[in-house]
Design a binder for this molecule. Structure first.
Ligand SMILES: C[S@@+](CC[C@H](N)C(=O)[O-])C[C@H]1O[C@@H](n2cnc3c(N)ncnc32)[C@H](O)[C@@H]1O
Length: 345
């Protein structure tokens, strides 16, 4: 009886993390991940999440609009979250964290904080690093401007770190789900069925017939290039890159909410959702921003949960879903998505 009273009290005092909207497959909540972890929204999801895929606030030298933590505080904050996020995973589930590069204030030197934070997260969560991937976005604007475009002494920074981690070295994963189209050379080889077999200077021995089998595409490298629609699953091709994102921006404009300033491109969550989960699995993004993850999960027929600290970003993320943008009282341009906007990151 005492126990029952205690748990009722706990439930009453749990912070409220309101649901902002729901779709056929998922729910978007506005609140911090800390509050969501303390309340009923996520306690029901413990042990049931197949994939956490997220881009946490990046470690910054100065604070950005959405209040990123800086330096040591950032590292400790992310590390403290690790065990609580890991608890949500199924035994063969995965967690994929994307963190960009950071620079030391005032000098042309990179901060090692992003890598330290990833390492601290991995250790605190007692996770295996299944693979370190790079997400390459050549369309990014040149930066940091002082060193790249003004003094011309550093190279354009165009990649983010993506750490795929798991509680086991054997999480669910199948690289045949994320094959890339064969190159023109490989297509010719498959058609002609001739090539030079034998030992290569690298020491690899190429067998007489090893390359004759058509496996439906080539195995993806661990550099995920966002510059190609070849990466996108068929179901996402109906509204590609700019158009998909423009529909979101138009929706934000029409509803007077700010568009998220650091949105992921759909290719990144799409890649890991297809690679690491099955249809109807549960995907979770604790730092959802404009809910790119949820929208992509929905398209790929996965269930999803998304948490975003800022209610206005959560509200604007409705613009990623047909059910909100297809409403007849919205201007036609928003329903379709105009083509005038470039994706931001
Ligand atoms: C890099 S952005 C994510 C962008 C997102 N992937 C997208 O495509 O729009 C990180 C987000 O985390 C949110 N955030 C920061 N601290 C948070 C917290 N404690 N709990 C939940 N969300 C938080 C920020 O408001 C921001 O929108």
């Amino acid at each position: 009886m005492k126990q029952l009273k205690k748990s009722k009290r706990a439930r009453r005092s749990a912070p409220v993390v309101p649901e902002i909207y729901r779709t056929d497959l998922g729910r978007m909540y506005a609140g911090t991940i800390e509050d969501a972890l303390a309340g009923p929204v996520l306690s029901k999801a413990k042990g049931k999440v197949n994939l956490i895929v997220t881009s946490p606030p990046f470690p910054l030298v100065t604070k950005k609009q959405y209040g990123n933590e800086t330096g040591e505080t950032y590292l400790r904050w992310l590390q403290d979250l690790a065990p609580r996020l890991v608890e949500l995973l199924t035994p063969d589930g995965s967690i994929v964290l994307e963190i960009g590069n950071a620079w030391v204030e005032g000098i042309p030197a990179m901060s090692t904080l992003p890598l330290e934070a990833l390492l601290a997260f991995k250790k605190a969560g007692e996770l295996y690093l299944c693979q370190h991937a790079i997400c390459h976005n050549p369309a990014r604007l040149p930066g940091p401007a002082a060193w790249v475009t003004v003094k011309r002494m550093r190279l354009k920074d165009t990649f983010t770190h993506v750490w795929w981690m798991s509680r086991t070295p054997w999480p669910k994963a199948d690289n045949r789900r994320v094959l890339l189209p064969y190159s023109a050379d490989m297509k010719r080889l498959l058609a002609k069925k001739t090539y030079n077999a034998g030992r290569r200077p690298s020491g690899h021995v190429i067998s007489e017939e090893g390359f004759f089998a058509d496996h439906g595409g080539s195995i993806s490298a661990n550099v995920i290039d966002l510059d190609t629609t070849a990466r996108l699953p068929g179901s996402l091709l109906k509204l590609t890159g700019t158009t998909w994102d423009a529909r979101y921006r138009d929706y934000c404009k029409a509803h007077d909410v700010p568009p998220h300033p650091a949105r992921m491109q759909q290719g990144l969550p799409a890649f890991f959702i297809e690679y690491l989960t099955d249809k109807n699995d549960l995907v979770f993004d604790p730092f959802a921003g404009s809910n790119t993850t949820g929208a992509v999960a929905e398209e790929l027929a996965r269930r999803w949960i998304a948490i975003e600290a800022r209610a206005d970003y959560a509200e604007g993320s409705k613009g990623r879903f047909d059910r909100f943008t297809a409403s007849p009282d919205l201007p036609k341009a928003i329903r379709k998505g105009s083509r005038n906007a470039a994706p931001a990151r």
